[in-house]
Design a protein around this ligand. Structure first.
Ligand code: LLP
Length: 459
């Protein structure tokens, strides 16, 4: 039923063990000990759940619910894990903007030396708005770049285009020549490596739409290098790979990098010396285990990649998204009703699938905890939102600590692909977002209003 990413069909699987452990230890699921992998803690018995030093109750009172709350400290900590693990090699962590594109988070990461992996002109504008000085640290991935997007990226002189097809390479070369702008490109190769993750977020097999077959790559590089006499605006600069997301083992990353490395050496022998290797993103977190050791995971990943790269002298790029922001964020929501239908109990929250679609889309598991513990026995419930679809659920048949209407609960590990995938389905304004730094909390995105939603329309 489950695969190693803990996503497919895993609702209610492993957490039972965790819940039993916690119930035995503290007699209550919601009152968990300080959680190492997550910044959400109950600082002392009887107090509410906090993000670092800030009470989620206070934040909910001040900004309303549903509310995304992120820990800036954890985001920076996670970035530093990569920077430290790779200290012996020239590298650049290009945060995958798609995971959480809040301007304040982009600015925070840029301030600590990160670059960015973008997949649209919109994401580029976000980076430019948040940290214009980081334009030269941007890599541009994606299978469908438009002329306008390419032109804008050329204009601001991004670091590298991760090119996903020969047709795109031709277009990029033409635009670069027309604009008289240097286009550094990396071919995104498809290494045909199986990554055990949810099928929707696996990308490294030949049957996927991403990248070019690694066997075709030498011919493409050679032709681009040959053409440089006619068009010196295009430069074979690097090579990139991304095999999927929420991958829990380092093994497939190592395997993909071995293949890439072999190709880099082969090209080098033929006089095409690449300056960068982009290992992509994809390192997974543990949505179940509060004791998840992030530092050990990064070390394992770095060892696998290092081993494959060997004596490569260029720069290593990497594109982590979820690993940096996923566990730093929670979605705080208020219970509207607790209702019984036949044998089932439904906890209806004011957040819905439009706020966090991962459970509905990937059968993803998110831990749900009470913000303030309540006495009594837990029970098995479905946690659902107000959207008019049966797929609008956060948990099914989940043993939860007792909750009542008016209570706050937090959906954990929601910092990545939470708000970034939120929509206005059912004409629901998107949630507000708060960033916590030390003891300070600040609103980084106000709640949308109905007027915001209606504004672009005419009758
Ligand atoms: N680089 C490229 C080219 C990507 O396509 C992605 C993610 C990343 C980097 C970052 O991957 P990460 O380190 O975050 O795993 N919505 C899904 C995840 C989709 C991932 C798409 N690509 C989810 O909620 O699980």
């Amino acid at each position: 039923m489950t695969n190693c990413n803990g996503q497919v069909g895993d609702e209610g699987a492993r957490p039972d063990t965790l819940n039993v452990f916690l119930v035995l230890r503290v007699g209550f699921v919601a009152e968990r000990p300080s959680i190492s992998a997550r910044p959400f803690v109950v600082p002392e018995r009887g107090s509410a759940l906090h993000c670092g030093k800030v009470s989620l109750e206070k934040l909910a009172r001040r900004y309303g619910t549903p509310l995304y709350v992120y820990s800036a400290d954890q985001i920076v900590e996670r970035l530093k894990l990569f920077q430290t693990a790779l200290a012996g090699r020239e590298h650049l962590v290009c945060y995958a903007v798609k995971a959480n594109s809040a301007l304040a988070i982009l600015k925070l990461l840029a301030g600590h030396g990160a670059g960015f992996d973008i997949v649209s002109g919109g994401e580029l504008e976000r980076v430019l708005a948040a940290a214009p000085e980081a334009a030269g640290r941007v890599v541009f991935s994606g299978v469908g770049k438009t002329v306008a997007e390419i032109d804008r990226a050329l204009q601001v002189d991004i670091l590298e285009f991760n090119v996903e097809s020969e047709a795109e390479l031709e277009l990029l070369a033409a635009r670069a020549r027309k604009m008289k702008r240097k286009a550094r490109f990396a071919l995104r190769v498809n290494p045909d490596v199986f990554a055990n993750t949810h099928p929707y977020i696996s990308t490294g097999l030949r049957e996927h739409k991403f990248g070019v077959d690694i066997r075709r790559a030498p011919a493409i590089y050679k032709s681009a290098a040959g053409n440089r006499r006619r068009n010196s605006w295009i430069e074979p600069h690097g090579i990139s790979v991304h095999i999927g997301s929420q991958i829990r083992s380092a093994v497939p990353f190592g395997a993909a990098m071995e293949r890439v490395s072999k190709l880099v050496r082969q090209l080098g022998r033929e006089g095409i010396v690449l300056k960068s290797v982009d290992a992509g993103g994809g390192l997974g977190i543990d949505y179940h285990d509060a004791e998840f050791d992030a530092a050990a995971k990064v070390a394992e990943w770095a060892a696998a990649v290092e081993h494959a790269l060997g004596d490569f002298e260029g720069r290593l790029l990497l594109e982590p998204g979820r690993f940096l922001v996923g566990q730093a964020g929670a979605l705080v929501t208020r219970v509207l009703y607790v209702k019984r239908n036949g044998k089932k109990t439904f906890v209806v929250t004011d957040a819905a699938m439009n706020d966090l679609i991962r459970p509905a889309l990937y059968q993803a598991y998110h831990e749900i905890v009470s913000v303030r513990k309540r006495a009594g026995k837990g029970r098995v419930v479905d946690v659902v939102g107000p959207v008019c679809e049966s797929g609008d659920f956060f948990a099914r048949d989940r043993k939860l600590a007792p909750v009542a209407a008016g209570d706050l609960v937090a959906l954990l590990d929601a910092g990545g692909y939470g708000m970034a995938q939120a929509s206005n389905y059912n004409t629901r304004p998107r949630a507000a977002e708060v960033l916590v730094e030390g003891a300070q909390a600040r609103l980084i995105r106000r709640r949308e209003t109905i007027a915001d939603l209606l504004a672009p329309e005419s009758i």
